[in-house]
Design a protein around this ligand. Structure first.
Ligand code: PPS
Length: 570
């Protein structure tokens, strides 16, 4: 049969259907904790046994033992603390023995925690013990030091309903269900492949190699919970895996999705991954170079040695009862038209490989992605998600004093882009925005910030859909512009254009007569006169309308956009 779960018995914390209604009624009367995304992922795997033998969030004794020995208090190997961190506010008034409802972001009651432990952990110590680091560029450390609540709650869980997923439902299996499906196929040996990236032909070949070498069927088991910030979204990745699956030939292979929240804990995380895969029925687990690595630290160094993860899993393989299969670097040998382990290629043969960085570069430039590297249907998914710059969304963010010429240039630019016809644009000019989106807002710092952040949100949505948003506001505060940039850059490009026409010129022109009113004290808090303007330090472009006509300014901006690849040269 299949490999038994860690600790011998698969945990199932879901209450029987007959008790669900009563538990729901009880949960409605209990103090409720709204789970964050990571806690929600943890809860799902605690309830369905993916984290067997855990019956709930760690108690303090188990937690301390995991930190010092990578083991639960009963001696069983467990390298990763699975804890429920909450705020002081929520913890106040809770007592051991209390029952707490755990809710998803929509407010659905998913489970009840029977509180056995409540303590204030030393999170810096946890970072050192688990991640061997205090550096918040490590995402696992950052969560502990910057995002987590100061109080941990421990106790067993009673599941009322499993967390809800609306995507790829046919590919989501808990350990019991996956084991049933694997057994139905008659598989006993299964080699699991963990990934948080798209899979290319080299990955496919290495899973084939691993299967041949171990006589096992292949389980592609990608993480779709929380991965490293900046990773390709799981929707795109899963479509890529589905295409790849069609490219296996009569081999025993299955794809199933794992709603795990990764911690990027390197070696400790690799061991944890192996335990989880054992719970899902795997007998073998592929561990890569720098498995679950957090990337580079602030000094550009790796957090963990490249083979530490493999060594740690290998060292515990017997005790765990799951075999570590090292990930072999596969290269494409041009002369033979196929993939081979790097060491198997002869010195006179041309070997081809492409790094992740090169791939991203090619996607960005809209360059060709060779067929030997990835199947064309996989390349097409990636291209669709990461179109070349001339099809990516972008926000052109003008900032400058009243009367500096922002609106004039923005309007001229909009007209010119529409004339070219390459791009769809939306002009979010100050007056229009203040009449619609920001109606009722004034010119206090709070109101100006609200105005700018609303505009940034709209611009980010326009950028997300591949359009060009042209914004022309005073936007006097540097840190608010920075926030706007961050919001937009999550979805597309951001170009800050400082219209730097000096105050004296703006006042002299006084197109709307507002400067005169401001000087006379009839308008209070007027930017430049009686309210601050913080000039940008590092704008992408600076335009002073004393020296440049609106048409010349537009030429300059269009030239910049062409150079940066956002517009195709005419
Ligand atoms: S902000 O600070 O970015 O939210 O301002 P914005 O939305 O661009 O609005 C600026 C226009 O509002 C008029 N106005 C004032 N500007 C600055 N300070 C005060 N107190 C003020 N009161 C009204 C002014 O006409 C600005 O228009 P522009 O187009 O910049 O000349």
């Amino acid at each position: 049969g299949l490999n038994p779960p860690h600790g011998g018995q698969l945990v199932n914390r879901m209450a029987p259907a007959s008790e669900q209604a009563a538990l729901q009624r009880e949960a409605a009367t209990l103090p409720g904790w709204s789970l964050n995304h990571r806690q929600l992922c943890d809860l799902e795997l605690l309830l369905n046994g993916g984290f067997s033998p855990l019956q709930g969030f760690l108690t303090q004794t188990d937690y301390e033992s995991v930190l010092s020995d990578m083991r639960l208090a009963n001696g069983l190997l467990w390298p990763m603390p699975i804890t429920l961190d909450v705020s002081e506010d929520f913890a106040r008034g809770l007592n051991v023995g209390d029952r707490i409802a755990l809710r998803d972001p929509q407010g659905l009651n998913l489970a009840i925690l029977t509180l056995s432990d409540l303590w204030r952990p030393d999170r810096l110590l946890e970072a050192r013990q688990v991640f061997d680091s205090e550096d918040p560029t490590h995402p696992g450390v950052a969560y502990l030091l910057e995002d987590s609540g100061p109080v941990y709650l421990g106790g067993t869980l009673t599941g009322i309903q499993a967390p809800v997923h609306h995507d790829f439902q046919a590919l989501r299996q808990g350990p019991a269900e996956l084991r049933r499906l694997l057994a139905e196929q008659g598989w006993q040996k299964v080699v699991a492949f963990q990934t948080r990236n798209p899979m290319h032909r080299a990955h496919q070949e290495l899973t084939r190699q691993a299967a041949r070498q171990t006589g096992a069927a292949i389980l592609i088991h990608p993480v779709v919970g929380q991965t490293r910030p900046g990773d390709i979204d799981h929707y795109t990745r899963v479509r890529c895996y589905q295409h790849l699956l069609q490219r296996y030939q009569g081999e025993s292979v299955r794809l199933s999705l794992l709603p795990l929240a990764m911690r990027m804990g390197g070696p400790a995380e690799a061991l944890w991954h192996a335990i989880i895969r054992k719970n899902f029925g795997a007998s073998h687990f592929i561990v890569g170079r720098d498995h679950a690595g957090p990337g580079k630290n602030a000094l550009g160094e790796d957090f963990y040695g490249p083979y530490e993860a493999q060594e740690l899993v290998k060292a515990h393989a017997d005790e765990l009862g799951i075999e570590m299969v090292p990930f072999r670097k596969m290269v494409y040998v041009a002369q033979r038209g196929r993939y081979l382990p790097a060491e198997a290629a002869r010195s006179d043969e041309t070997v081809l490989s492409l790094s992740g960085t090169e791939l991203r570069q090619r996607l960005k430039q809209g360059e060709e992605i060779p067929d030997w590297f990835t199947w064309p249907e996989v390349a097409a998914e990636l291209r669709h998600r990461h179109p070349p710059r001339h099809r990516q969304g972008i926000t052109l963010f003008f900032t400058g004093l009243s009367g500096s010429g922002k609106s004039t240039i923005a309007e001229a630019l909009n007209a010119r882009l529409l004339e070219q016809g390459q791009r769809r644009t939306t002009l979010l000019d100050g007056d229009v925005v203040r009449r619609n989106l920001s109606e009722g807002l004034g010119f206090s710092r709070e109101d100006r910030d609200r105005n700018i952040l609303r505009i940034a949100w709209v611009a980010s949505q326009i950028s997300r859909h591949g359009g060009i948003a042209i914004c022309a506001q005073i936007a006097p505060y540097a840190d608010t512009r920075q926030r706007a940039r961050a919001m937009v850059e999550a979805e597309g490009g951001f170009v800050e254009i400082h219209v730097s026409t000096p105050l004296a010129t703006c006042e002299q022109r006084d197109r709307k007569g507002l400067y005169a009113l401001a000087r006379a004290g009839k308008i209070k808090g007027f930017t430049g006169i009686s309210d601050p303007y913080e000039p940008p330090k590092d704008p992408e472009l600076t335009i002073d309308t004393r020296d440049v006509s609106p048409d010349a300014a537009v030429d300059q901006i269009i030239h910049y956009l062409e150079q940066a690849g956002y517009l195709r040269p005419r």
